[in-house]
Design a protein around this ligand. Structure first.
Ligand code: NAD
Length: 547
């Protein structure tokens, strides 16, 4: 009998223990006969749809989100196809469970829920032999690596090696949202110590209990990792994720022209937010050139968004200097102004001549922004007086509370709508439920990078681009914005429904690949039917037949 080459010789108990191949009770009678599975499974043969209905019910019955997360991860560990059927078919319900906000909780308790390792933990102890560690990974055709050092996990701070939940979750979204095959995804945690003293004192902490490596020690370790990836997985793109901002900006500058890499916190956030801005402008019937942006938070997300807005304005003919003057920042020390002497390099280009402001409210009153964007990780900072002032200044004030997880949002959807008398155009980083005010139901949009990075990654894989460029993120933002329908906008939702995410990712992948071909970033030839090529690349979680 001819067997599916996917099996690679696997049969019997080995097959049941391979999460990429296992189908559980859905192995057919013929497969059970041919693959030595008789007796290893109960006699009833289920379909994948039946399995799906059962696990959906089980997930829904779990009393807490963390328990749902633990159940889903254990499903992923035993049957990836079923896990991804569940996530793709019920993406709106499942994404908050496998990613923000639940993943934040999971990382905080990772030591307790950690059962079976997933991804590679590479620690300072492995210095000099990082390449050998990479070679221990069981899959060879790695195309997408998400790597973190756990220093700035969501808005939760330094979670050290517990941060592994983030690369694992992000790569699950690459697969669920854009069909990057699970065996092409590699989560990596660089364990360089932690400055989280509670973790260091905890005997159950899963990482190395030492202060974080910094400076040359850190840089040399990252450099060894990057070089080892080039040798071991030469077709892989490296996405840096949730590094502290001093390192994140430096690493992006260091590697973006040398290897295929990007930083999602900086570039992905920028693209999804710019798409939200374009949608908001459709609602306000205004132009980008007329906007004034005020950011709370001048870190990776805030500066990344500002830089992309500058690019978008330049594309509309605004000079760089004028474009920068449209973007203003408040950080933990107050308004970012040119008289300040404490500004990190990434903030200096946005430091304008202006008197210091005593508070965010004072900054709103004096700068009169049209769009207020929260990327500070500081919950509750968009207070009632601030939202009311925005509503006084603007017919439709744009208020994005992008900090994750939900507990860190600058304000809730309910607050934004209530305090603006229903006029706010609102988006958040983590999802908020629909909200009804004066008989009108608002569907707050989730301005989360998961609309962007899976499609960007897929476009890079399909085109085999050697680099990831800002132009790709600009194109991704524009593509995402064009997929927002008038029906979406009529309910206040400025992003497409999550249920359409695979279509969104495919469109973004086409745009990104077009840039790679146009800019000569690849040696492969552009296919005549690029969308068809992208779709063909997308992993399908329906079971394959093995016999
Ligand atoms: P970061 O550490 O690089 O930057 C945080 C910034 O906030 C810094 O400039 C800091 O000075 C400022 N800040 C801190 N306390 C403040 C205060 N009280 N008032 C004003 N500013 C203050 O972090 P980041 O990567 O920019 O992320 C910030 C937040 O944005 C996090 O909560 C993160 O989860 C969220 N984020 C959301 C998305 C998304 O898709 N929605 C994407 C990336 C980041």
């Amino acid at each position: 009998m001819k067997l599916n080459p996917l099996l690679n010789g696997k049969r019997g108990a080995d097959l049941l223990h391979d999460p990429l191949l296992n189908k559980g009770t859905a192995f057919t009678e013929a497969e059970r006969d041919a693959l030595g599975l008789r007796g290893l499974l109960p006699p009833h043969v289920a379909t994948q749809d039946q399995q799906l209905a059962k696990i959906l019910e089980t997930v829904r019955r779990k009393p807490t989100d963390l328990e749902k997360y633990i159940y889903l991860i254990s499903l992923q560990e035993r049957n990836e196809n079923l896990f991804y059927r569940l996530i793709t078919d019920h993406v709106t319900e499942m994404m908050p469970l496998i990613y923000t906000p639940t993943v934040g909780l999971a990382c905080q308790r990772y030591a307790l829920i950690f059962r079976r390792p997933r991804g590679l933990f590479i620690s300072l102890k492995d210095r000099g032999s990082v390449k050998q560690v990479l070679q221990n990974w069981p899959h060879r055709d790695v195309r997408m690596i998400v790597v973190t050092d756990g220093e700035r996990i969501l808005g939760l701070g330094d979670l050290g090696a517990n941060g592994m939940g983030i690369p694992v979750g992000k790569l699950s979204l690459y697969t669920a949202c854009a069909g990057v095959a699970p065996n092409q995804c590699l989560p990596v945690l660089l364990d360089v110590g932690t400055d989280n003293e509670a973790f260091r004192a905890d005997p159950d902490y899963i990482g190395t209990s030492r202060p974080r490596a910094r400076g040359p020690e850190f840089d040399a370790f990252v450099a060894e990792f990057v070089a080892a990836v080039q040798e071991t997985f030469p077709s892989a793109c490296i996405q840096f994720e949730d590094f502290g901002n001093a390192n994140a900006f430096r690493l992006l500058r260091e590697y973006r022209e040398k290897i295929c890499t990007f930083n999602d916190d900086i570039q992905g956030t920028a693209a999804v937010t710019l798409a939200g801005v374009y949608s908001a402008l459709r609602l306000t019937k205004d132009k980008l050139a007329n906007q004034r942006f005020l950011f709370l938070g001048a870190g990776e997300a805030g500066i990344g968004i500002g830089e992309l807005i500058v690019e978008a304005l330049k594309a509309e003919g605004v000079t760089e200097a004028a474009a920068r003057r449209q973007c203003w920042y408040v950080d933990s020390k107050g308004l970012v102004v040119s008289s300040r002497t404490d500004l990190a390099a990434h903030k200096q280009l946005f430091a304008h001549d202006h008197a210091p402001a005593a508070s965010l409210l004072a900054a709103v009153e004096s700068l009169r922004p049209t769009m207020l964007i929260g990327v500070s990780g500081m919950p509750g900072t968009f207070t009632e007086p601030i939202v009311r002032t925005m509503a006084k200044l603007n017919r439709a004030p744009v208020i994005f509370a992008l900090s994750n997880p939900t507990s860190k949002a600058e304000c809730t959807a309910e607050q934004a709508y209530t305090w603006s008398d229903g006029r706010a155009i609102f988006a958040s980083g983590s999802p908020f439920p629909d909200f009804t005010l004066n008989g009108r139901t608002y569907k707050p949009g989730q301005g989360n990078n998961s609309y962007i990075f899976p499609g960007v990654g897929l476009g890079v894989i399909v085109s085999q681009s050697r680099r990831v460029t800002d132009e790709m993120f600009f194109v991704a933002a524009k593509t995402l914005a064009t997929l927002v329908t008038d029906a979406d906008l009529s309910t206040g939702r400025i992003f497409p429904e999550l249920q359409r995410i695979r279509e969104v990712s495919a469109a973004i992948a086409v745009g990104v690949a077009e840039v790679a071909f146009k800019r000569g970033l690849t040696d492969t030839l552009k296919p005549t039917d690029l969308l068809g090529r992208v779709r063909a690349q997308m992993y399908d979680p329906h079971y394959a037949s093995y016999v």
